[in-house]
Design a protein around this ligand. Structure first.
Ligand SMILES: Cc1cc2nc3c(=O)[nH]c(=O)nc-3n(C[C@H](O)[C@H](O)[C@H](O)COP(=O)(O)O)c2cc1C
Length: 319
């Protein structure tokens, strides 16, 4: 059974992948999507999204990281997939799920699900452009407006030669609203002879068990659930192994958050650090509130702050 950390643009950056994979239980991560247009992206762009490419595409604790690309035209996506691999990427994931208006308007993400032929053409172009040793995977939703072509899209990915498929069990129209329609994943899994990763609405080991029972999958991707409960992958693995598990206490979560705050500062540069690092902490606290009531208190304390000294004081007090 394998668990993966979901790609989350503006949330799951290099530092978050580092911290969450270090907690254990994760078998892989995916970068935030890298947008592809006509141009050939320089190495520094791949490096910015995936600093792991300089470390054999592993997080510091040794968890493999795939580089995700998003684009609507086969040739540029394939060309940039080659460039990503030349830059050090060891696996490429293709995004067919992004619901953002700006992304869909510029011909990328979930809007492509209205045309399974395009999905096929993009996956095939990337597969053909890369050596067999480099896995190519895709991540889809069930559709754009509705799920009427969910199987066509899954088959398009499969028949184009992809090595793995992640299914976020909702349409673009569903956004992120519960529920996730896991039963569709079961039907996809039965229709394609490649590994299928089930994704959507796994917030607890209990959700995981239900998702496993419905989908019959043995690979799962965790997104917001892992931000709300950073040790979720570890807790699920312990449950599967029949081991006792003590959930991560708030104090440790808070220490991890503090590390994130400090690790992120060099990334944003001195001018922007106080604003952006603080925003990322506030954002993560919003997810954590779901599991830890203390996160709400902490959020109240810092919600209007920007100054690093104030954050440092709040972290000291909270830990
Ligand atoms: C803020 C945010 C950013 C996301 N960015 C990406 C992305 O860059 N690439 C992608 O394939 N999916 C992206 N997703 C979708 C997630 O990977 C995942 O499919 C979705 O959150 C459902 O899983 P969950 O219910 O476990 O969160 C994003 C989701 C959120 C909430």
């Amino acid at each position: 059974m394998q668990l993966f950390l979901a790609p989350m643009e503006g949330v799951v950056d290099y530092q978050v992948r580092d911290l969450l994979s270090a907690l254990g239980g994760l078998d892989g991560c995916v970068t935030e999507f890298i947008r592809v247009t006509d141009s050939s992206l320089p190495r520094r762009v791949f490096l910015r999204y995936a600093p792991e490419i300089e470390q054999h595409c592993l997080t510091p604790s040794g968890t493999p990281v795939k580089v995700q690309l998003l684009g609507g035209q086969p040739e540029p996506v394939a060309r940039n997939a080659q460039r990503a691999v030349a830059a050090g990427a060891t696996a490429i994931d293709l995004n067919f799920g992004c619901p953002a208006k700006t992304v869909n308007k510029s011909d990328g993400g979930a809007c492509l699900l209205r045309e399974p032929e395009r999905v096929h053409a993009i996956v095939a172009a990337v597969r053909n452009a890369l050596p067999d040793a480099v896995p190519v995977s895709a991540k889809i939703r069930l559709g754009f407006d509705d799920a009427s072509r969910y199987l066509d899209n899954a088959l398009a990915v499969y028949e184009a030669g992809a090595n793995e498929l992640t299914v976020h069990a909702r349409t673009k129209r569903d956004g992120y609203r519960p529920p996730a329609y896991w039963d569709y994943i079961a039907r996809i899994r039965e229709a394609v002879a490649m590994p299928v990763i089930a994704n959507g609405e796994i917030w607890s080991p209990e959700d995981f068990e239900r998702c496993r029972a419905v989908t019959g999958c043995d690979r799962f991707m965790l997104g917001r659930g892992l931000l709300a409960r950073p040790d979720l992958a570890r807790a699920i693995k312990a449950q599967v192994a029949g081991e006792e598990y003590t959930p991560m206490p708030w104090r440790e979560v808070c220490q991890m958050l503090h590390r994130y705050y400090r690790m992120s500062q060099p990334h944003w540069g001195t001018k922007n650090a106080s604003k952006y690092c603080g925003n990322r902490i506030k954002q993560w606290l919003m997810y954590l509130q779901r599991q830890y009531p203390e996160a709400a208190t902490f959020f109240e304390q810092i919600k209007r702050e920007r100054e690093p000294a104030r954050f440092e004081a709040a972290f000291r007090q909270a830990a």
